[in-house]
Each structure stands twice: as structure tokens, then as C-alpha cells.
Design a protein around this ligand. Structure first.
Ligand code: SF4
Ligand code: SF4
Length: 451
């Protein structure tokens, strides 16, 4: 929607009409709730989140400001609004007023006013556009406050209030309705598998009744990087696994989680869990997708309500284990490589060493970015941010940190194990006309298998 209007500038005596730009609207709305209904819906959802752990986090901040320097948005702009703990202000305000130990006094003397619809709208940019839930602030906080988790909880209230960035809401809704955020429906996926299988002469088993290993995929891979499907098949076939893809449960991305809709998150996770249970899988392999790892590896059992009856591994962990066990052999792949740690797999997930073990087996000289591993900078596209067009300029600014990190290593090749990061890097490469191309760790392995 254009925000330009024609108006006579008050200081212009010529009478000429000038084009004055109104501030760009930084929030979207869903539905036709009144402001009051929106705030009430958000408050109900916030109250649901105020358990013991969340309360402890919200009571513990000592306002040291250390989280600011950890956040790429603050570092690149110097804007205090992007201080991580500030992004939580309405959530914290609601807690203090409605659920904290002194809530009665806060209400009685109106020390913390009710959260207003305006505040929620203004905070939409801070909770979505400028937070990838990367967890860098969480790592640095001396009080151990998991700010990234609190952002995720605050998003639950924003979703109920119908205050989610439009594009993120649209892909989440599409995933709930069609089973995929990018149109990778079962019919489309089945066609792609048939085509890839023919074109590359590789067997890709679909809908086996019984299998030891269930393989999941991300929509980004299916639609944008289909070579990942071929690479996965080559590796599992080389290992003689009894494996399958199932059309009733393959989508590993979880935009329910990113948008803040708890029910959609559950629906998407249960499709995968049910598919694994149906075929008796002992192992569910998650694809090169960061948030998919968090959604299933760490939240899967919570969604299921009991321990998962199968193991969950990210593909990089599976590759590392197979190589370490002598089951998978690879040859030298490149001279020097730098590895981008996807936040949700490395920092939030803890699977930091596995990709390095795989790269060591590939005989490459690993040139680490500074910092790397747990302290790695985010690519800027996680947490659903890459879907939000109005956030593009900000995203490119934070991507500059990453480009410099990569360039400083002087490595020949840039490798990662998350297709969402890869997409963000591809977009950044095109925007900046950068000379570095992002490569997939899985594909590097598949291209260098020793049969
Ligand atoms: S999770 Fe990452 S992007 Fe979000 S506030 Fe913390 S450091 Fe910034
Ligand atoms: S680093 Fe932790 S304690 Fe310090 S201001 Fe940030 S959230 Fe509060």
C-alpha cells in the first residue's frame, strides 16, 4: 500500500503541492477484532505463558544491558529499541500487572498500566521483524534469561491478537491448510520425487509401511533446493538403510511455531510424529533446517505428551555418526572451507561438533569465522524474518556482519547445514552482488561418497 500523499507543505509559500511521505506502517493485522478484543486476546495468551520458569526470567533482569551488544540488530543500528530485553516490554508489563507477586499493587496504584493495542502494534516490529530468535542474547545474559524463548512466548499473544506480519501469517496458515508453507503439497512432492528419481537414477522410497528410518524434508528444499532430496537418497542408499519418505508426514518446517500459533505448531509436529509411529521408525532424520530441529528435537516430546518412541537426529548428526562408525566413506572435497553455524542447530541445539567432524572427514582445512560455534552471528533470516518483506533493509544490514566474517576467513568455500540460512545467504549474495555462494554440507557429502 502506498504511503505517499499529496499535501501543501506548511512552510511552502508557493502553493505548489509537495509529495510528503507518511511513516511506513510497521504492523499488520488479521481479522476484524476491535482494539479491546485484541488486547484481551493477547492478555489471555500471555497469562497462559506465565508459569514458574517464565516468571523467574521476568523477575531476574538486573538491567545490565549486556544483551544489547549480543544482538545483531542493536550492533548494526545502535538503536536502543533493538535491545533484546526491550523487545519484551509489553509481555513484561502484562506479567507485572496481572501475574507477578506485586500485581495487586501494580494494579491498585496503576504503576503498570494495561497493555494497549497501540503498544502491541508498535511492538510487532520488535517481536518479529527484528528478532530471529537466534539466542545470542540468551547466551550472554548473566542471569541466564532465555530471551529468545520469551520472544517466542510473546508471539503466542500476538498471534491471538491477530497482530502477526502478514507474510509470516500467510505462510503459517498455508502450512496448516495445505501441509506446506510453500505449496509443497503431497501431490507436488510426489511428482518431484518421481522426476528426481528418474533424472538422477536414484531410488527414493515413498510410503513404505515399515521402515527403520523416516526422512523428513523442508519446503525450502523441496521447492528451491531439490538436489537435497537426491543427496539424502544417495547417502541413505549407500548406507543400505531401510528408509522411507511418507506423504502423510514429511514437512519438517514449522511456521506454526515461528508465527506464534501453538495449535498449528502442534498439528504440524504431530503429522511427522504420527508418520514415524505408523511405519515403526526407530529414527527420524530432520533435514537441513534450523527451526525444524528445535521444533522436533526439543519440543517434539512436549507436543506428543510423552517421550518420542524414536530417536531424532539432524542430518549433520546422522552423517557424523555414520562416518564415525565407518559405515559411510567420503573423499577429499575442497581445499579450505568456512562453516556457518545455524543458530537453532548449533547455539540453541548443541549440535556444534557434528558438522566439523563431517568436514574433517572430507579432508578440508576448516577456517573458522570469528566468533563461531555457540557465539556465531546469525545470518539474519531465522525466526521467520526472511519472509517479512518490510524487514528486508534491516535484514541486509545485519547480513553485512556475516559477509565480513566469511570474507575474513579467506576460505574457498562457504558451507552450512540449514536451507533457511542458505536461502538467506543466496538472497544476500544477489542483493550485495557478493562473490560467495552458500553450499550445503549434505550435498557436499553426497557428491564425495566413496561407494
Ligand atoms: S534472539 Fe537474537 S535477534 Fe532476538 S533479541 Fe536476542 S540476539 Fe537479538
Ligand atoms: S543481559 Fe540479561 S540481565 Fe542484562 S539487561 Fe539483558 S536480559 Fe537483563
Amino acid at each position: 500500500m502506498s504511503t505517499d500523499i499529496d499535501a501543501v507543505h506548511p512552510l511552502d509559500t508557493s502553493g505548489a503541492r509537495l509529495s510528503i511521505k507518511k511513516p511506513v506502517q510497521r504492523f499488520d493485522r488479521q481479522g476484524d477484532l476491535s482494539d479491546r478484543e485484541r488486547t484481551e486476546a493477547a492478555m489471555r495468551a500471555f497469562m497462559h505463558e506465565f508459569g514458574a520458569v517464565t516468571a523467574t526470567y521476568l523477575e531476574s533482569c538486573i538491567h545490565c544491558g549486556m544483551c544489547a551488544e549480543a544482538c545483531q540488530y542493536y550492533v548494526q543500528t545502535g538503536d536502543p529499541r533493538y535491545t533484546p530485553v526491550h523487545k519484551l516490554e509489553p509481555f513484561k508489563q502484562a506479567y507485572k500487572r496481572e501475574a507477578g507477586p506485586f500485581a495487586l499493587f501494580y494494579r491498585m496504584f496503576n504503576l503498570k498500566p494495561r497493555v494497549s493495542a497501540d503498544e502491541l502494534q508498535n511492538w510487532q516490529e520488535l517481536l518479529y521483524d527484528s528478532c530471529t530468535m537466534c539466542g545470542r542474547c540468551t547466551l550472554i545474559c548473566p542471569m541466564g534469561i532465555d530471551i529468545a524463548r520469551l520472544v517466542g512466548q510473546a508471539r503466542h499473544g500476538m498471534f491471538q491478537a491477530g497482530l502477526v506480519p502478514h507474510e509470516l501469517w500467510a505462510v503459517a496458515e498455508r502450512a496448516e491448510r495445505e501441509g506446506s508453507p510453500l505449496g509443497a503439497t503431497p501431490a507436488v512432492f510426489k511428482d518431484r520425487i518421481a522426476w528426481l528419481s528418474d533424472e538422477h537414477g536414484v531410488e527414493i522410497p515413498v510410503d513404505r509401511d515399515q521402515a527403520d528410518v523416516l526422512v523428513s524434508m523442508s519446503s525450502i528444499e523441496i521447492m528451491k533446493y531439490p538436489q537435497a532430496i537426491v543427496a539424502t537418497a544417495k547417502v541413505l542408499n549407500a548406507l543400505n538403510e531401510k528408509w522411507t519418505i511418507r506423504l502423510d508426514g514429511y514437512e519438517a518446517t514449522n511456521f506454526g511455531m515461528l508465527s506464534g500459533n501453538v495449535q498449528w505448531q502442534k498439528d504440524l509436529s504431530m503429522k511427522l510424529i504420527n508418520a514415524a509411529v505408523k511405519c515403526g521408525a526407530k529414527l527420524l532424520i530432520l533435514p537441513e533446517c534450523g527451526h525444524a530441529y528445535g521444533a522436533m528435537r526439543w519440543d517434539g516430546a512436549n507436543v506428543y505428551g510423552k517421550p518420542l518412541p524414536f530417536e531424532v537426529l539432524h542430518i549433520s548428526e546422522y552423517l557424523a555418526r555414520s562416518i564415525a562408525g565407518g559405515r559411510l566413506r567420503v573423499k577429499k572435497a575442497a581445499a579450505s572451507v568456512t562453516f556457518h553455524d545455524p543458530c537453532q542447530i548449533s547455539r540453541r541445539g548443541g549440535a556444534t561438533q557434528a558438522p566439523r567432524d563431517v568436514l574433517a572427514a572430507l579432508g578440508v582445512e576448516l577456517r573458522e569465522m570469528v566468533p563461531s560455534r555457540m557465539g556465531s552471528w546469525c545470518c539474519g533470516g531465522g525466526g521467520g524474518v526472511v519472509t517479512i518483506h518490510r524487514a528486508d533493509d534491516l535484514r541486509y544490514r545485519v547480513f553485512e556482519i556475516k559477509m565480513k566474517q566469511v570474507d575474513d576467513t579467506g576460505a574457498e568455500m562457504l558451507v552450512m547445514s540449514c536451507s533457511n540460512c542458505r536461502q538467506t545467504f543466496d538472497d544476500g549474495q544477489a542483493h550485495f552482488k557478493w562473490d560467495k555462494t552458500a553450499h550445503s554440507l549434505l550435498e557436499l557429502v553426497a557428491d564425495n561418497l566413496v561407494q
